[in-house]
Design a protein around this ligand. Structure first.
Ligand code: NAD
Length: 443
């Protein structure tokens, strides 16, 4: 292995892997990205991100042009090229149950192991059930050709979609799950720049590193569901959950982040990660985590249903025109995996409303998942003639909208703010009836 400037492969070039590969090239390494999706690889090789992530196109363009970053569908190329292999393949929820589907991960490990021609470090970044790294090390031990050493490490990823480049280049912490000093040394070399900038490094065992990611997502999901439970109480008691969250958030033991009441969490990580963690805990015979996480999941489903039910209650009859603002599961992303916004839009459509969805980035992906909805190209078109407006993804342009302008476009100025982001006083003053989550109605 070249310990001065290791060569890198990144296997699985989705949201995580493409970002990671481009950022490692930016940090000065020679990187090859591998994926079995030919279209994705073709776009990445042309220097173009196959999804929307601020700053990624620029890195891809520059580093594919310089030759420092290459993409291929052949894992053999990665096996021959790299000293360090990062596994970034998808670990979605299994179709049959709550556990993670590791078929892609095992396929990548076996494929890589069979093609290895040199000593290397295999670093897991995907979110996996605790115990996967140890099983992977054992499997590699069985399949790599004799005289080749393939050590395993785990380096979980905490990036947030929409901030992926920034979070990768300037992470808030690094976790190295290792079982040898040489693995730690290699990871320290790869992350030399962020470490020199003062990013804390947690060096730990493989199992703790794997669990760190699942536990972080479990805790964030718990905060969201907790505040949504408080929102339901607030509505019934005439309290204001935003003021409540501000008061709670000033307590440094609690913190204000992830205490925004609304339609709950979604996306390709939190929902499947809490289910996978619950399933893994149950398999290990640990019963507290499944009970807690099931409650979190149920409260999250209820947060969506409460807003969908309110929308149906407010729809002025069959065929009502409903403007849906947002389809992505979060702003600054085109990701619609398990999106609460899209879920609510579909429910309202199924109940007979005429739904028009506007999202600045995610319409193409949303159309592939929910082709029955109508997607429009501007906020204005979505609002025109609407009898109810649903604000479901907190894109800044929605909160910044002039409520007087919007009132002139709609038929009835009634909005459900599923994200508690619009200035309800200002909107009420412009003639709107504003229904928020866990706050008194305005107007
Ligand atoms: P994704 O679906 O966008 O990408 C996964 C990629 O893996 C796909 O392009 C798929 O074609 C590829 N793949 C699957 N099996 C393969 C194989 N055997 N060989 C080659 N390529 C293969 O998923 P993602 O959002 O990038 O997430 C990947 C992993 O990272 C998951 O475990 C996820 O939980 C974790 N993670 C994601 C984020 C995020 O913000 N998206 C953050 C932290 C961790």
């Amino acid at each position: 292995m070249n310990l001065t400037t290791p060569t890198i492969s990144v296997i699985g070039t989705g949201y995580l892997g493409a970002t990671h590969a481009a950022c490692l090239a930016e940090l000065g390494f020679r990187v090859v990205g591998v994926d079995r999706d030919r279209d994705k690889i073709a776009r990445l090789a042309a220097g173009e991100a196959p999804f929307s992530e601020p700053g990624l196109d620029d890195l891809l363009r520059r580093h594919t042009a310089s030759g420092r970053l290459r993409f291929t569908t052949a894992i053999r190329v990665a096996a021959e090229h790299a000293d360090v292999h990062f596994l970034c393949v998808g670990t979605p929820q299994s179709a049959a149950g709550p556990e993670a589907d590791l078929a892609g991960l095992w396929a990548a490990v076996r494929d890589l192991g069979r093609h290895l021609t040199r000593d290397c470090l295999v670093v897991g970044k995907s979110t996996v059930p605790v115990g996967t790294a140890a099983a992977m090390a054992a499997e590699l031990g069985r399949i790599v050709p004799p005289r080749i050493s393939a050590n395993v490490a785990w380096n979980p990823e905490f990036l947030r979609e929409g901030h992926g480049v920034q979070d990768t280049l300037h992470p808030d912490r690094l976790v190295f799950g290792v079982d040898s000093p040489s693995a730690e040394l290699t990871l320290r070399l790869l992350y030399e720049r962020p470490i020199a900038a003062g990013v804390p490094v947690h060096v730990t065992d493989l199992a703790t590193a794997e669990l760190a990611k699942s536990a972080a997502n479990g805790f964030l999901a718990t905060k969201v569901s907790f505040v949504n439970a408080m929102a339901e109480i607030s509505e019934r008691a005439g309290a204001d959950v935003v003021a409540l969250a501000d008061i709670l958030g000033d307590d440094p033991r609690i913190g204000r982040s992830f205490l925004d009441a609304g339609i709950g969490f979604g996306g390709g990580c939190l929902p499947k990660d809490i289910r996978a963690l619950a399933a893994r805990a149950a398999a290990l015979g640990a019963s507290s985590a499944p009970a807690l996480l099931h409650a979190v999941d149920e409260a999250n489903a209820r947060a969506r249903s409460r807003v969908a039910d309110l929308a149906l209650e407010l729809c002025p009859g069959a065929g009502a025109r409903v403007a849906v603002l947002g389809a992505a599961f979060k702003p600054r992303s085109d990701d619609v995996r398990d999106s609460p916004a899209l879920d609510i839009a579909r429910r309202v459509h199924r109940a007979g409303a005429e739904v028009r969805v506007y999202d600045p980035e995610a319409s193409l992906n949303a159309r592939a998942v929910a082709p029955e909805l109508t997607y429009v190209a501007s906020l204005e078109t979505a609002l025109r003639g609407a009898e109810l407006v649903l604000h479901l993804t907190e894109w800044p342009e929605f909160a910044a909208m002039d409520p007087r302008w919007a009132a002139r476009l709609v038929r009835w100025p009634v909005i459900i703010d599923g994200r508690n982001r619009i200035d309800s006083g200002r909107w009420a003053a412009a003639g709107w009836t504003v229904h928020s989550v866990g706050r008194p109605r305005r107007g």
